[in-house]
Design a protein around this ligand. Structure first.
Ligand SMILES: Cc1cc2nc3c(=O)[nH]c(=O)nc-3n(C[C@H](O)[C@H](O)[C@H](O)COP(=O)(O)O)c2cc1C
Length: 227
């Protein structure tokens, strides 16, 4: 097994892939499986990973990625998408697990079940909403929706990161992208109105010139703060 340090050091944002490499799509399949193990908010798993592989769809998607080099020569593009519309199913799935776990304990206090049965419907569906962070009506709803967007994008980004490290462990390469036409992507992938494209990740095997120069990072002292 590779040391995690080596995996992290291997991963670079790659903008040119080797079209002649004997690319194995199963490596991506396995990396996507690992991506589902990423930590995610309340284990709601409100994400979808759209795999774009057919030549026709790849052509369209590359245009949606503004013709960027990072997309142009990729074997596949994975679109990490948030899926708020699935909140009820996910809340019920979690609630059921908790109900089952406490089935033999009749005196379990209600607050144990409230998280998935009341709090999640409140957060994701606005159910039972009276005020949100002190704001009534539309303003509270808007703030709630924006908080949900941030929550979902954090989790989807962690899945994308897990995916990229899983590829790197197999010496496959990737580039995360936020330069894209979101509405175009939503239209060609048939996404629901509520869904958001968190990131598009291109995949393939790097060419040496696909890495644009040595890694550049600021000094650790500028980043790590002790308290
Ligand atoms: C959220 C996010 C969005 C990014 N968007 C793009 C992009 O649209 N196009 C691109 O070429 N690189 C993109 N990158 C790659 C970064 O430029 C790259 O990670 C950064 O320069 C550091 O280089 P390294 O990943 O090789 O360490 C993105 C990275 C992240 C995390």
């Amino acid at each position: 097994m590779k040391a995690f340090r080596d995996v992290v050091n291997y991963r670079r944002a790659v903008r040119k892939y080797d079209k002649d490499y004997a690319y194995d799509a199963d490596v991506v399949t396995q990396a996507l499986e690992l991506a589902t193990l990423a930590p995610n908010s309340s284990n709601m798993q409100l994400w979808e990973f759209h795999r774009v592989r057919s030549p026709e769809m790849l052509e369209k998607m590359k245009e949606c990625c503004l013709g960027q080099n990072a997309a142009k020569t990729a074997n596949e593009l994975i679109v990490f998408v948030t899926a708020p519309q699935k909140w009820r199913q996910r809340a019920e799935m979690n609630a059921k697990v908790i109900r089952n776990a406490f089935a033999s304990k009749p005196n379990t206090p209600e607050h144990v079940f409230a998280y998935y049965e009341k709090d999640m419907p409140f957060l994701y569906g606005g159910e039972g909403l009276i005020e949100y962070k002190g704001l009534d009506g539309e303003a509270g709803q808007e703030l709630r929706r924006n908080d949900v967007r941030v929550i979902l994008n954090k989790s989807a980004a962690l899945a994308a990161m897990t995916f990229m490290y899983a590829l790197a462990e197999k010496e496959y390469d990737s580039c995360p992208m936020e330069g894209f036409e979101e509405n175009e992507i939503k239209s060609i992938l048939n996404l629901t109105k509520e869904a958001e494209v968190c990131m598009v990740v291109s995949c393939g095997k790097r060419l040496p010139e696909g890495v644009y120069g040595p890694r550049l990072r600021v000094d650790l002292s500028d980043v790590v703060k002790e308290h």
